[in-house]
Ligand binder design. Sequence first.
Ligand SMILES: Cc1cc2nc3c(=O)[nH]c(=O)nc-3n(C[C@H](O)[C@H](O)[C@H](O)COP(=O)(O)O)c2cc1C
Length: 196
Amino acid sequence: MTDFSVDSLQHVIQSRRSTKPRFFNGEMVDDDVVWKILESARWAPTHGLTQPWYFKVYTGLGLTTLADFQANWYQQTTTPDKFNPDKLERLKTNVTKASHVIVLCMKRQLSEAIPEIEEIEAVACAVQNMALTASAYSICSFWGSGGPTYTDEMKAFLGLGERDRCLGYLYLGYSDTPATTSTRMPIQSKVDWINK
Ligand SMILES: Cc1cc2nc3c(=O)[nH]c(=O)nc-3n(C[C@H](O)[C@H](O)[C@H](O)COP(=O)(O)O)c2cc1C
């Protein structure tokens, strides 16, 4: 029935790592492959089949548009005592180092029958599907949620409604020095097993 091995699946899951865009090498990911990555998002679980995910893909000159938005947002909303020129620089360059940036959004259904948290959870599942697919293609990814992510200005820039949410960016690119290690606590420390 299955034509994949559980070992392969486990390998993809365990070898996926976050690689920060500053380590990207400028090589472009084919748009066709980005569509394959997006396709995998479609198969995430979704309560009531609301499919609340919505993505805006920035690439080419679009990356400059996104970087300019972030930089302007930082300059306009940061008080002089908090202003950090390095942060401004990062907001400009992080995005333009990527091949593609997939902006991760949750679009709230009109009826709001499904609790908001479940709609966010469904999008998170979709993002993980994309990160795993990217990893299987040896493409580096990074889910970033800094800067303007959760602001009203971000919603306006993206054309989102009041009840929709931006959940961050999935940066895609290649790297000559991809992250290879990360640690996790043993799962036993996170599980209570009740059988009586
Ligand atoms: C919802 C979410 C938001 C994240 N936002 C950031 C972020 O803003 N900055 C950051 O350095 N890492 C961010 N990360 C990535 C984590 O730092 C990364 O997953 C963690 O360091 C573990 O590394 P690994 O993914 O390579 O195992 C985010 C991850 C998730 C799930």
